[in-house]
Write a protein that binds this ligand. Structure first.
Ligand code: FE2
Ligand code: FE2
Length: 478
């Protein structure tokens, strides 16, 4: 079992003390990170004591220690899952060979790009969410938001550790760049589209943590298979934290839906908005939006990059061991592709794509199935309240901005439609500015009284770590 020296400036289980050069590089980066956190982290709560989970080691009782801490004093650290003896590369052209403990020269650039792209999403999400605390529905939710934020900060640390220890000077420059880009800033945007979309209110936050953090889960699962062992071990440990983020999204949306059902039942027209709640149609629109922008994060359906990541043993499939063929040179993957003639979408046809080129779609397929589970749960809430409405995931062709469906128009069932029809119906399928404004209007007044919960959301079934729901999870001094 790995040991931890948490008395050090940077808690870690990678024996940082024995690598003075790396330790100095990380200690030089640390104050810049704190400056970034104070500037771009949660605004208005930096002096508050927050009941947070902190990882102090990777074993079962060390990775989740709860205590009150001020966020800038959070002990961000570097934790890798314990090594597996005699680790082999599990897929691709180097299948069965020893896993790499240092960066193979020929894959240096592409591996660095993978680490930077993953790393960039972590601070981006903190930036997207930085104002949400000011409209929180309860102290319980406020604390969950901050828990997600500090852990995304730790995920940034995880990627910066890889950059600084394995990629030399380029890696140090990339580590600086991760603190310089800004979500939504047109001059220096974050790398991926969904991470430049503003998270304007808590309905978007819950959709983001359900759908976009789930993309994170699948990217991490694919990287956890990497033949570059330090990356695999880092991402394996990040997955334990990621699970909580999706819990926040799934239960958050579930509680919104539960409350909407209550409000519908107390109104003679079943009008949730008339009772100050969020109607089911609006919730469906936000599901459509965040699901579709998250699908884009998986990359092109037919991708030579994905094929070369797989061939090189850098990025595998989620839970690679469940597949029989780890080389994937012979198989094909069947998918629907658009027929476009003269720039006009004519229909769809089936295409058998060489399996390696379809690896993004293989991962996206698993993501779609996993996403459906939450909708099934939310639909059971509707059912148990005797409400006929059912949530549905839109087709993966709907509202796409990258890949083979980008720029083409489909309805939420995936049927090809004209651009005119899409434009005419878009307001029924995707949140309008008025929907955003309505949802935000419900949240203007934050709830800082531990005994209260905003009107638009039900209380959670239980509190955190055995504490009651009305525990003072954040000691907020206004
Ligand atoms: Fe993360
Ligand atoms: Fe996350």
């Amino acid at each position: 079992m790995s040991t931890v020296v948490s008395s050090e400036k940077i808690p870690n289980n990678v024996d940082l003390g024995s690598d003075k050069k790396l330790q100095r590089a990380l200690e030089a980066w640390q104050p810049k990170f704190i400056d970034w956190w104070k500037e771009m982290g949660p605004e208005g709560f930096q002096a508050d004591d927050v009941y947070l989970r902190t990882a102090v080691s990777v074993d079962s009782d060390g990775w989740a220690q709860y205590d009150f801490v001020k966020m800038p004093d959070y002990r961000w650290g570097i934790f890798l899952a314990d090594p597996i003896a005699d680790k082999k590369i599990g897929f691709g052209d180097f299948y069965g060979q020893d896993a790499w403990q240092s960066v193979p020269g020929e894959f240096r650039n592409v591996l660095r790009r993978l680490v930077v792209t993953q790393g960039d999403t972590e601070p981006a999400s903190v930036e997207q969410q930085r104002l949400l605390g000011q409209t929180c529905p309860s102290l319980y939710d406020l604390r969950n938001l901050f828990q997600v934020n500090v852990e995304e900060g730790r995920h940034l640390w995880a990627m910066v550790y890889l950059l600084q220890s394995y990629f030399g000077r380029d890696g140090r420059e990339e580590a600086e760049g991760l603190l310089e880009r800004r979500s939504g800033n047109p001059d220096k945007p974050r790398i991926l589209g969904a991470f430049n979309e503003p998270c304007k209110h808590w309905l978007s936050f819950f959709c983001f943590t359900y759908f976009t953090d789930r993309d994170g889960k699948y990217q991490l699962l694919a990287l956890a298979e990497s033949g570059f062992d330090p990356l695999a071990r880092t991402t394996r440990f990040m997955l334990t934290e990621e699970a909580h983020h999706m819990f926040v999204g799934e239960t958050g949306l579930g509680r919104v839906i539960e409350r909407t059902c209550q409000l519908m039942k107390q109104n003679k027209n079943e009008d949730a908005r008339a009772e100050g709640g969020i109607d089911l149609v609006t919730i469906q629109k936000f599901i459509n939006f965040w699901f579709s922008v998250s699908l884009d994060l998986f990359g092109g359906e037919i991708s030579s990059n994905a094929a070369s990541y797989f061939a090189s043993g850098l990025k595998g499939r989620a839970k690679e061991e469940k597949y029989e063929d780890h080389v994937a040179l012979d198989g094909t993957f069947s998918m629907e592709v658009p027929i476009v003639e003269g720039g006009i979408l004519k229909g769809l046809k089936k295409d058998d794509v060489p399996l390696r080129n379809a690896m993004n779609e293989v991962l996206r397929e698993e993501y779609v199935q996993d996403s459906q589970r939450g909708l099934d749960k939310w639909n059971r809430i509707l059912e148990s309240n005797g409400i006929a409405f059912r949530f549905r995931l839109p087709s993966r062709r709907f509202h796409r901005a990258s890949g083979i469906f980008a720029g083409l128009t489909f309805d939420p069932d995936g049927r090809p439609i004209s651009r005119e029809e899409f434009e005419a119906k878009k307001g029924e399928w995707l949140p309008t500015a008025a929907d955003d404004a309505y949802v935000a209007s419900l949240m203007q007044k934050p709830i800082y009284d531990p005994k209260q919960m905003a009107n638009w959301i039900a209380a959670p079934a239980r509190g955190i770590k055995g504490n009651p729901v009305d525990f003072e999870y954040v000691r907020h001094t206004a």
